[in-house]
Design a protein around this ligand. Sequence first.
Ligand code: ZN
Length: 117
Amino acid sequence: METLNMNGPYRLDSETIDEKVTKTSAGNYAFGKKDEEGNFLVGYVGRADKNLNSRLKSWIGKTKRPLFKYSYATSPKDAFIKECNNFHDFDPPGNSIHPDRPDNSNWKCPQCDVFDD
Ligand SMILES: [Zn+2]
């Protein structure tokens, strides 16, 4: 079975984000909810290139999904690669388009050829 390899899930609110996401770092996140058996259902995946904490806070009130999971990334590129894998592995209902790469990069998705230059 595919795995997110992320911490959580935790409640998506400012206090909890500050308690859990203490490093200023690039990273990845997933939003979702739990089913009746307590399994985390992935509803949306994303990444932050610089500051995961502030990126998560920017979502408060803008998503109806109550829980988040997160992981730090060692670089923006690592965050991009992981976001692509999460996108393809889970096909989250909230992600209607493929993750984007920074305009000045030539990074490629590890699972498809959407970036073919
Ligand atoms: Zn892809």
